[in-house]
Design a protein around this ligand. Structure first.
Ligand code: BGC
Length: 735
């Protein structure tokens, strides 16, 4: 039967995401018509069985849609498929409530951008927002309403495979990026057809699993949680994210999916989150394995009572919630609240007015893989590439050089688009080989290419050809890294060095005495001490997306001067992990002349490459920084300035960074915390003054009594090109 309530629901659909509250009456009018089964149906999310041959949905699920016992689906996209499913919901279910279609659109839908960790190294918030916005436009054109992104989990754990999905280790930068991504996906409203719902995930603390193993226990102090891990979730909520996903892990003994403190206190009461909370995949059921619930039914009760609104794939609400309500273990009021939140968002999206709003085959054809999107993907990939080393200015490659391209990722297209590739098609991406061939034809040079070895395994038979090519070249470009699916969910590695025989290949290439440029493609920080010392140049390209090969070539040939800086520390050795820039001083800070200070016997404490680090083809000098004065009251603005000059011969961009240190606190404070940055562009010889403004709010933290405030006293304000090379001035905050 067609929709019973269209008359009540279709008025005033102007819809801004945050605007109350014309939806309330509409939502209530729908709720009043619903049976308990239909209400629980709105709280139920199932996946389709998308296969390589095409989309399918289990018979049982179709029946659920028809009966109104499933209100949302994921892994269902394309106009044709979503329309087919929406038809069942709207035309065949009793109330005709439209379905919500979700999908993991993490770094692009078809046009794939660099993996989010790579993209974060651009520190370019406008570019990051643009990539999310393009992803939303393509996804919306393919019938989708909802992305399970952004992942905003802070992580200090390069072993954890999901760092590729995040924005690195820093809460300040991570928060700005969370905001940019949420806004890119959602915009200010859902009036048009190019924005989709964002889902801030994974709430909470998922990026800190013990030993870096995915899904593992998370145990941290509430202070660390609030100071370091929580800010990006908060930023996402403040940017208007309409949905939040719980995480798989437990936090201080309580699984997030059953954690009332997290969902009701922190999220809803303290942070006024008004959207709905969805679980991660079967994370309700997993509370049984956690040893927190006796069985699925019990787990469902814990989740519902903790404030979960929607069960992803667990079928627990569908199976047991009615029974739990009858037994008085969950209240129907709680269920009504959850359904209200979900229906409201369907109204905000405009789905009651037009359930097919996002299903337009013409638009899908025009928007997906649009040339402007590909161009943006190329530009953002260039901005994400970090130059880690460039001895003798071997890069950019000078004209007329004989080039040997070597390595398992030279000709590869599929790896470029990384994990969580949504609907991306590896074969449609541009490899480094493709890009070199295009350039060679245009600019009239020749080069050789050889694979050398595979990404994994111990076969070295390809070395011979690679070395033969290398012998006759002037410069060797070795493209190595991780397989696309060595990072991502459930892809933890205990050894984060280059897999297989790749390092051996590089050693033999270096032994030829020719300059070797190592281009890395990977989804996490790697340990590369030998390469860092012996390669002539090192370029971190991450998994750069559909246009990755072109972007890498743009950098290697100097059409783009690299400007990115690391957002996650590169350790020298996995034994240093977790390693991060904002550590504390300890009572025995490292002293080279005292063995009883905090140190390793077998290696320095310092990382291979610190947070914030990255080079350019030009050089920048920093004059002495200035602060306006020494003493500031709590209502003053602290102003720090520094002049930067481009002292090289090409134009370049520099990410100027500002850190602070609170010298004495009611609790111990980090040695440095990023509190500002500016990306400036300078012509050769040009100088620019950069001005940073801080208020006492920027100096606030969770103090001994857990209030969030700044404390009076001395601070260092520090400025520099990365988190290590800093100059400082002392200031005082006075009451
Ligand atoms: C992941 C989520 C993802 C979900 C749906 C889970 O396994 O942890 O990040 O959104 O699957 O695909």
């Amino acid at each position: 039967m067609a929709c019973l309530f269209f008359a009540v629901s279709c008025k005033s659909q102007k819809g801004t995401t945050g605007t109350p509250d014309r939806y309330n009456t509409q939502v209530d009018s729908v709720l009043a018509l619903m049976t308990l089964e239909e209400k629980i149906g709105q709280m139920t999310l199932y996946t389709t069985d998308w296969e390589s041959t095409g989309p399918t949905i289990r018979k049982g699920y179709q029946e659920d849609i028809r009966k109104g016992t499933c209100g949302a689906l994921f892994n269902s996209h394309t106009v044709a498929f979503t329309r087919q499913l929406q038809d069942i919901a709207v035309k065949e279910s009793r109330l005709g409530i439209p379905l919500l279609f979700g999908y993991d659109v993490i770094h692009g839908y078809k046009t794939i951008f660099p993996v989010p960790l790579g993209e974060s190294c651009s520190w370019d918030l406008a570019a990051i927002e643009q990539s999310a916005s393009i992803a939303a436009a393509e996804a919306a054109a393919a019938g989708l309403h909802w992305t399970f992104a952004p992942m905003v989990d802070i992580s200090r754990e390069p072993r954890w495979g999901r760092v590729m999905e995040g924005a690195g280790e820093d809460p300040f930068l991570g928060s700005l990026i969370a905001r940019a991504r949420v806004h890119g996906f959602q915009g200010d409203h859902f009036n048009g057809t190019d924005k989709i719902l964002a889902c801030v995930k994974h709430f909470a603390g998922y990026g800190a699993p013990i030993a870096g193993r995915d899904y593992n226990t998370v145990d941290m102090s509430e202070r660390t949680f609030r100071d370091i891990y929580f800010p990006p979730y908060k930023a996402g909520i403040e940017a208007g994210a309409r949905t939040i996903m719980t995480s798989f892990n437990d936090l201080d003994g309580i699984p997030s999916t059953g954690n009332k403190w997290l969902l009701e206190e922190v999220l809803r009461k303290e942070n006024n989150f008004t959207g709905f909370v969805v679980t991660d995949y079967t994370s309700i059921n997993e509370m049984v394995n956690h040893g927190y619930a006796a069985d699925d039914k019990h787990a469902g009760e814990l989740a519902a009572n903790a404030g979960v609104d929607m069960d992803m794939q667990g079928a627990v609400f569908q199976r047991y919630l009615k029974e739990s309500i009858a037994a008085g273990l969950v209240s129907e009021k709680q269920v009504d609240e959850a359904v209200r939140r979900i229906l409201r968002i369907k109204f905000e999206l405009g789905l009651f007015k037009d359930p097919y709003k996002f299903s337009d085959a013409q638009r899908e054809k025009a928007v997906v893989f649009a040339p402007a999107h590909l161009q943006a993907a190329r530009e953002i990939a260039r901005k994400s590439i970090v130059l880690l080393k460039n001895e003798d200015k071997v890069l950019p490659i000078a004209n007329g050089k004989k080039i040997a391209l070597v390595g398992p990722l030279v000709a590869d297209r599929n790896n470029l688009i990384g994990e969580w590739r949504a609907s991306g098609e590896g074969e449609k991406s541009v490899s480094i080989l493709d890009a070199f061939q295009e350039r060679a034809a245009r600019d009239g040079f020749t080069f050789t290419h050889a694979k050398g070895c595979e990404l994994t395994g111990d076969v070295t038979t390809g070395f011979e050809e690679a070395l033969r090519n290398a012998q006759t070249a002037d410069i060797i470009i070795a493209v190595v890294g991780e397989k696309w699916n060595m990072s991502g969910e459930a892809k933890a590695r205990a050894d984060i060095s280059l897999p297989g025989m790749q390092e051996q290949l590089i050693k033999e290439l270096v032994a030829t005495g020719k300059p070797v440029v190592v281009v890395l493609m990977n989804g996490r920080p790697l340990t590369i001490p030998w390469i860092a010392e012996h390669a002539t140049a090192v370029v971190e390209a991450w998994l750069p997306g559909t246009m990755g090969g072109l972007a890498v070539a743009d950098v290697l040939f100097g059409d783009y001067n690299p400007s990115a800086k690391l957002t996650m520390t590169f350790p020298r050795h996995v034994g240093q992990v977790p390693i991060f820039y904002n550590e504390k001083n300890t009572g025995r800070p490292f002293d080279p002349n005292n063995g009883y200070t905090s140190r390793y016997l077998d290696m320095p404490n310092t990382p291979q490459y610190p947070f914030g680090y990255g080079l350019s083809y030009t050089t920048f000098t920093y004059d002495s920084m200035m602060v306006a004065r020494k003493d500031y009251s709590f209502s003053d603005t602290i102003i720090a300035t520094v002049n930067i000059k481009n002292t090289g011969s090409v134009a370049g961009e520099e990410i100027v960074q500002l850190y602070v240190r609170d010298l004495v606190g009611s609790v111990t404070r980090p040695l440095k915390e990023l509190k500002g940055f500016e990306k400036i562009k300078l012509a050769p010889g040009e100088s620019k003054k950069v001005t940073f403004k801080l208020t006492s709010k920027d100096l606030a933290f969770y103090t001994a009594d857990m209030t969030f405030k700044a404390e009076p006293g001395a601070f260092w304000v520090m400025v520099g090109p990365d988190s290590e090379r800093l100059q400082k001035k002392e200031i005082r905050l006075v009451q």
